[in-house]
Design a protein around this ligand. Structure first.
Ligand code: KG4
Ligand code: ZN
Length: 355
């Protein structure tokens, strides 16, 4: 089976082609960061319009790179939520239109299930069951992943997501959007311990996070003295250390609590080098293992949507009807394992199959 996947939930337009036997054949992506940078964040209406401009070209390129043309595509998978609803509709409309024209199924995919399954694109894919630390711009969650579609939420953030904390504190330091990678770069020049910011919820039991207090602490530090290059770098280092230490400590707690010793890190913040190094070292010290998606598949992309779509389609799931699905909110916990099509039942009176 060969799946074409479309991602348009936020500010990345992306199309990928994944083949069940040949693997990932193409993944095309256009990032809108330059478009949104002057506004300091994503402008939903501009995002939708730009998806409309970019997606058809990306689709043509992906199909050309994969080879075999549209005839070789057996199904379309698209991000149906959660995300910006206008942006989602652009990809969903294209996916459903293509599927209708080709007479193939269009499967709505949960964006976070895509992130969770992105490590399957790595050379050493993670075994099941495992603990997943899902850290993106909108989510911070610890999840026990027992099977495809069987996700138990162990804990999540009560307020800001880890990526959001990176982005908001980066803004306070005058760094351009998206601040996470910029702040991480600045932090490499900062001194450890020069600024020590709170590590919220660490002193309490449980697997919940809270990052909103970090903004206040950083804004106070920023106003306390002249923002020289050295101070900026030291503050950035303090912020990164606080976020990473909190994520690592709670993840180790989730390992202890579940008895699962394989840990997957998914989502944009999974690209953070300090998080990768510290979590890997601390897990190794406990004879546990960490799995990260390849860097290109940490932040939003269509390859991960293709992985999730193919996983469900090859287990028998089919799209129901021709409805275009786009959901701003879509709790991960409501996902279920793939639902195979209902088999025909035999009517004992008429001895014929009905569906
Ligand atoms: O998963 P993602 O691409 O989009 C969402 O679904 O939200 O995650 C984007 C988030 C942003 O907050 C961005 O600043 C953060 O991931 N991010 C990073 C790094 N790369 C991306 N945060 C810290 N360090 C990085 N290297
Ligand atoms: Zn994402």
């Amino acid at each position: 089976m060969r799946v074409l996947a479309i991602e348009s939930s936020c500010d990345e337009s992306a199309v990928a082609v994944l083949d069940e036997t040949q693997g990932l054949l193409a993944h095309e992506l256009f990032s809108q960061v330059d478009l949104h940078r002057i506004y300091g964040g994503v402008v939903p209406e501009l995002a939708s319009r730009d998806h409309l401009r970019r997606l058809p070209g990306l689709l043509r390129e992906a199909v050309a790179k994969a080879g075999g043309g549209l005839d070789a595509i057996d199904a379309v998978a698209y991000t149906a939520g959660p995300g910006l609803v206008g942006a989602l509709l652009t990809g969903a409309g294209l996916a459903c239109g293509l599927a209708l024209a080709r007479g193939i199924p269009a499967l709505p995919v949960h964006h976070l299930e895509g992130h969770l399954l992105a490590p399957l694109l790595a050379e050493t894919p993670p075994p099941l069951p495992h603990v997943a630390l899902l850290v993106s711009g909108g989510h911070t969650m610890l999840i026990a992943v027992r099977a495809l579609g069987d996700y138990e939420l162990l804990g999540e953030t009560r307020d800001d997501a880890a990526g959001e904390a990176f982005d908001k504190t980066a803004k306070l330091l005058g760094l351009p959007y998206p601040g996470g990678p910029e702040l991480a770069r600045l932090a490499t020049r900062g001194r450890a311990g020069a600024f020590r910011f709170p590590r919220p919820m660490l002193d309490r039991p449980g697997l919940e996070f809270s990052f909103s207090g970090l903004k206040t602490a950083v804004s106070l530090a920023v106003r306390e003295g002249e923002l020289t290059e050295t101070r900026r770098a030291d503050i950035a280092r303090g912020v990164e250390d606080a976020i990473v230490d909190t994520l690592v400590a709670k993840t180790l707690r989730a390992v202890d609590q579940t008895g699962l010793d394989d840990v997957v890190v998914a989502g944009g913040v999974g690209a953070n080098a300090t998080l990768r190094a510290r979590l890997t070292a601390q897990l190794a010290a406990r004879h546990a293992r960490s799995y990260f998606p390849p860097l290109a598949f940490c932040t939003d992309n269509a390859a991960m949507i293709a992985v999730a779509g193919l996983a469900r389609l090859t287990r028998g799931e089919r799209a129901t009807g021709r409805a275009i699905t786009a959901r701003a909110q879509w709790p991960l916990a409501t996902l279920a394992p793939p639902a195979p099509p209902t088999p025909p039942t035999l009517d004992p009176q008429r001895k014929t199959a009905t569906t």
